[in-house]
Ligand binder design. Structure first.
Ligand code: FES
Length: 340
């Protein structure tokens, strides 16, 4: 017979919350109703913001719900709390501090400052928050942008940092017939006003980790990684070493190479490897950014990794880094799939 289940949520900072989940209720709904600071956004199993790890007990997908979790992730104990229903009393660990989930997402307005084509299929969009608007974020988190004149929203992780506010910079991949892409390419003008909302997501830089950092980025997955690198270079005190492995399909599609070079001057601990799948020439490595990783890159047991790019790259990078000795809990990933 179904009955109320008791679920314990353990945050990375040691905070614990217990919530009672009614039959038919998701863990996320029960947690939010109880005021628990659980990160979330879509509430429909697609954004991964509410990811948690099942430590004890049994919990599965709610009837009729779907989730973007890979089977391997589900089998390893990962769950998306918005589409998860407990089958027994259970315990989940959340890989972020309780304070992160306490920052509520807000809506804001921003002006378009400029749109610059940085590759045949990518643009840099510079925004400035409108007077009276404010929206904070951690390096790596994402915001939602509404395409003007539509109800369509798209998610982007700023390549800028909170220290750059009220300026916000986005790297946007252009898609044929994409709603945002066609607005950016055909109609957007400087001083247009757009609606944004955020911050969202559990992919963000854990700032106090002194161990080496490995950052793997595919395409515009470079955006949150640049925000993290800029945050590291601006912080006071000893900085960790950072290995950036960034790749695109062809040399023409690469972008931000000058920005990366500049960061190497500002942050001598930064090593960058640039790869292309096809037509590799000059300093570029042939292959993808995961191929560019080697056993020599993991020399410290507490090494952490941040991965952002398409699902296949995330899967391959996670596998490779685990093989090289990284602990799964030290690998943070944000996968993005283009939407039309
Ligand atoms: S809130 Fe988006 S997957 Fe759960």
């Amino acid at each position: 017979m179904s009955s109320v289940k008791h679920v314990t949520l353990k945050f990375r900072d040691g905070q614990e919350t217990s919530v009672a989940v009614q039959p038919g209720e998701s863990v996320l709904d029960a947690a939010l109703a109880a005021g628990a600071p659980v990160l979330h956004q879509c509430r429909s199993g697609s954004c991964s913001s509410c990811m948690a790890h099942l430590v004890e007990g049994q919990a599965g997908l709610r009837a009729g719900a779907s989730s973007t979790l890979l089977k391997s992730e589900f089998d390893a104990g990962e769950r998306l709390l918005c589409v998860t229903e407990p089958e027994t009393d259970c315990t989940f660990s959340l890989n972020y501090e309780s304070a992160v989930g306490s920052t509520k997402a807000v809506k804001a307005h921003a002006f378009v400052d400029s749109i610059e084509k940085i590759a045949p299929n990518a643009v840099r969009v510079s925004l400035e928050l409108a007077e009276g608007s404010w929206l904070d974020f951690r390096p790596g988190q994402f915001i939602q942008v509404r395409v003007p004149g539509t109800d369509v929203t798209r998610s982007y992780s700023p390549s800028s940092t909170a220290a750059d506010l009220p300026k916000i910079e986005l790297l946007v991949r252009l898609l044929e017939d994409g709603v945002m892409s066609s607005w950016l390419e055909n109609r957007a003008q400087p001083d247009d006003v757009i609606e944004i909302e955020g911050p969202f997501g559990n992919f963000y830089l854990r700032e106090k980790v002194p161990a080496p950092h490995i950052m793997v980025a595919g395409g515009t997955g470079l955006a949150p990684i640049m925000s993290m690198i800029d945050t590291i270079r601006r912080k006071s005190g000893r900085k960790p070493s950072v290995l950036l492995s960034f790749g695109c399909a062809t040399p023409e599609q690469l972008f931000c190479l000058d920005d990366i070079d500049l960061r190497k001057h500002w942050l001598p601990q930064l090593d960058a490897r640039i790869s292309v799948d096809h037509n590799a020439t000059g300093d570029f490595l042939r292959g993808n950014p995961v191929d560019a990783l080697s056993a020599d890159d993991v020399t410290h047991p507490d090494t952490v990794a941040y991965l952002c790019g398409p699902p296949r790259m995330i899967e391959a990078a996670t596998l490779r880094l685990t093989e090289l000795g990284l602990r799964p809990e030290n690998i943070y990933a944000e996968q993005f799939s283009p939407s039309n």
